[in-house]
Write a protein that binds this ligand. Sequence first.
Ligand code: SAH
Length: 253
Amino acid sequence: MVYFVGAGCGAPDLITVRGDRLLRRADVIIYAGSLVNPELLTTAKTSCEIYNSAVMTLEEVVEVMRQAEQEEKLTVRLHTGDPCLYGAIREQMDLLEELGISYEIVPGVSSFCGAAAAVKAEYTLPDVSQTVIISRMAGRTPVPDREEIARLAEHQATMVLFLSTGLLEDLSVQLLRGGYSEDTPAALVYKASWPDEKVCRCTVGTLLQTAKENKISKTALVLVGRFLGDEYQRSKLYDPGFSHEFRKAENGN
Ligand code: SAH
């Protein structure tokens, strides 16, 4: 059996209880390089074989899984954050299907959640945005044209951009082209939940300068939108004048 486990975005106690239990039982762990906190690996059994997938190809990773399966071993494939985002798990699962090897996915705390916690922000504020757009700039991995940042920015929704810290100049241009103003609030969150976490609040116009000043060039998320500002409406759910299934309004409506 192979388990794809979300390691969480950094702090070792952000892995789920289920993920932690599997790590302790694993005979083989294949972890996704430097973004997985090495402290998590210290819980492994002494007999556990540990591989760093940063230096492996897809075929090599799957070969380790195949051999482990043949020896009836339990394999944990440890991915950063949650495996469903930029985790390259689909191609692994497809090869496992071909080999007839069973697998399951155990979710984790994605860095987009860790970043919101670091900023102490809520992405979905009434009257500001009820939508979170998760995307990235095209790099060596292309992004379909219809998902160009400028086009996504037209929604003026909350945006969380992965894998884009090296492309901030272009990112700002695209955000402005899409309709955000220079002074739209933004933030760079470097290594959310790690001991060296940095939170830098800035604006769409000052993203590049802020990254340079704080020496941030990777392992960061870019957050954009008015959810980082001061204006919003209170929620209906907790409004004393609003009745719903579980609570009657104070004024009887
Ligand atoms: N599956 C992961 C994302 C992997 S892609 C998740 O759910 O978070 C790797 C990118 O994620 C990095 O380049 C960076 O943009 C972002 N990232 C991962 N961990 C991070 C962290 N602790 N703080 C900020 N960004 C992080």
